[in-house]
Design a protein around this ligand. Structure first.
Ligand SMILES: NC(=O)c1ccc[n+]([C@@H]2O[C@H](COP(=O)([O-])OP(=O)(O)OC[C@H]3O[C@@H](n4cnc5c(N)ncnc54)[C@H](O)[C@@H]3O)[C@@H](O)[C@H]2O)c1
Length: 328
C-alpha cells in the first residue's frame, strides 16, 4: 500500500481552488504542483498553496513525480487532458460532467483502461452527506419502498468562469449538462436505470438552460428540476423531497429532516471536522468526501465503486437524452 498519493492539478479556477482546499485536509494525498494556461493565475495559486507552478501539463509531468492528475478544466477540455494524463501513466480525477459527448467519454475510458490507471469523475452529490443519508434510507428500505422523489437544483447563471466559457454551449453544454447532471447522476445512484424518461425545458442563447424531467423506476416516480436561468442575485439552491411508504426525507427550506408517522421529526447530525489549515470541512461537503474516497481507494489499492467511469458515462448519456427531448 502506498501511504500517500502525490497529485498535480490542472485548471486553477473555481473548482481548482476548491480541490486545493480539500487536499490541505487529507492525510493520504498531497497537492504538489499545478498547471494553468494563465501564468499569473497559476503563480498566485502556487504561492497560496505552497506548490510548484507550470503552464503546460507536459512541463509538469516532465519535472514532477506525481501519481495522479486532477483535471479541473472547462468541460470541453476534459477528454484531451484525461487522455494525456492516462498516457503518461497517471491516475485521473476529472470534474463532472465527464465530457461533452459519449464518444469523448469512451475515449477517456479506453485510454485509462489501456494505461492501467484509475479514472474517477467528480460526481460529488453521491458523496454529499445529506444525499448519502437519503441513499442509505432508500437502500435499507427502513421506511419501505420509495414512492416518489423530487430533486431540485437552480440558481443564477455563474459569472466566474474564465473567458466566460460557461456561456458557450459548445464548451459547457449549457446549464443542463453543467449543473443538472448532478441530479441525473444522483437519481441513477439512488434508483438505477429509469424505465421511462420525459423531459421538457428552456433553451436560450447559452444553450439548454433549464429542464424538467419525470422518470419512472418501476412504481417509483422521480421529478428532477434544474436550471441556471434565474435572475442574477438569486441564491443557488439544491433540495430534495423523498416520500416513502412509511416516512419522508426532506431537505428544502431547513436542514435535512426525517419524518416518520407518529414520531418526532429527526434532523440527522452531519459530522463537522476541523480542516488542518483552519476552516470547516463540512463547508467542503461532498468535495471533501469524494477526494478523500479517491485518495483512500488509491492508497489501499481498491477499485472505485460509489462512482465509476461507467456510471458517469450512463449519467452523461441520460443527460444528453434529456437535452435531446427538451430541444426537440
Ligand atoms: N462539482 C461541482 O459542483 C462543480 C462546480 C463548478 C464547476 N465544476 C466543473 O469543474 C470544471 C472547471 O470549472 P470551473 O468553474 O473551475 O472553471 P474556471 O473557469 O473557474 O477554471 C478553469 C481554469 O482552467 C484554466 N484553463 C483553461 N484552459 C486551459 C488549458 N488549456 N490548460 C491549462 N489551464 C487551462 C483557466 O485559465 C481557469 O483558471 C468544469 O468541468 C465544471 O463543470 C464542478
Amino acid at each position: 500500500m502506498n501511504p500517500m498519493i502525490r497529485v498535480g492539478l490542472i485548471g486553477c479556477g473555481f473548482m481548482g481552488r476548491m480541490h486545493a482546499n480539500v487536499y490541505q485536509t487529507l492525510e493520504n494525498a498531497e497537492l504538489i504542483a499545478a498547471v494553468d494556461i494563465k501564468p499569473d493565475v497559476v503563480e498566485k495559486y502556487a504561492s497560496d498553496f505552497g506548490i510548484s507552478a507550470y503552464t503546460t501539463l507536459e512541463a509538469m509531468l516532465a519535472s514532477e513525480q506525481i501519481d495522479a492528475v486532477d483535471v479541473c478544466l472547462p468541460t470541453y477540455l476534459h477528454k484531451e487532458f484525461t487522455v494525456a494524463a492516462a498516457k503518461a501513466g497517471k491516475h485521473v480525477f476529472c470534474e463532472k460532467p465527464m465530457a461533452m459527448s459519449l464518444t469523448e467519454a469512451d475515449e477517456m475510458i479506453a485510454a485509462c483502461t489501456e494505461a492501467g490507471v484509475q479514472l474517477m469523475i467528480g460526481h460529488c452529490i453521491r458523496f454529499w452527506p445529506e444525499y448519502a443519508i437519503l441513499k442509505q434510507i432508500t437502500a435499507s428500505k427502513k421506511f419501505g419502498e420509495l414512492l416518489s422523489v423530487n430533486l431540485t437544483r437552480y440558481g443564477a447563471f455563474p459569472t466566474w468562469s474564465s473567458e466566460d466559457w460557461l456561456s458557450d454551449v459548445t464548451k459547457s453544454g449549457g446549464g443542463v449538462l453543467d449543473m443538472h447532471i448532478h441530479d441525473t447522476d444522483y437519481i441513477h445512484y439512488l434508483l438505477g436505470n429509469p424505465d421511462e424518461i420525459h423531459s421538457w425545458g428552456t433553451v436560450d442563447a447559452k444553450g439548454p438552460s433549464q429542464v424538467f424531467t419525470t422518470m419512472k423506476f418501476g412504481k417509483a416516480i422521480a421529478h428532477l428540476e434544474g436550471g441556471w436561468n434565474l435572475p442574477s442575485g438569486t441564491p443557488f439552491k439544491h433540495a430534495f423531497r423523498a416520500i416513502f411508504e412509511r416516512g419522508a426525507a426532506i431537505m428544502d427550506v431547513g436542514p435535512l429532516t426525517i419524518y416518520e408517522g407518529g414520531k418526532e421529526p429527526h434532523v440527522p447530525e452531519i459530522p463537522k471536522m476541523e480542516a488542518a489549515g483552519g476552516g470547516n470541512i463540512s463547508d467542503l461537503g461532498g468535495y471533501y468526501h469524494e477526494l478523500k474516497y479517491f485518495a483512500d481507494r488509491l492508497t489501499n489499492g481498491q477499485p472505485f465503486e460509489t462512482v465509476t467511469p461507467q456510471t458517469s458515462r450512463v449519467s452523461l448519456a441520460t443527460t444528453l437524452e434529456e437535452i435531446r427531448q427538451m430541444s426537440a
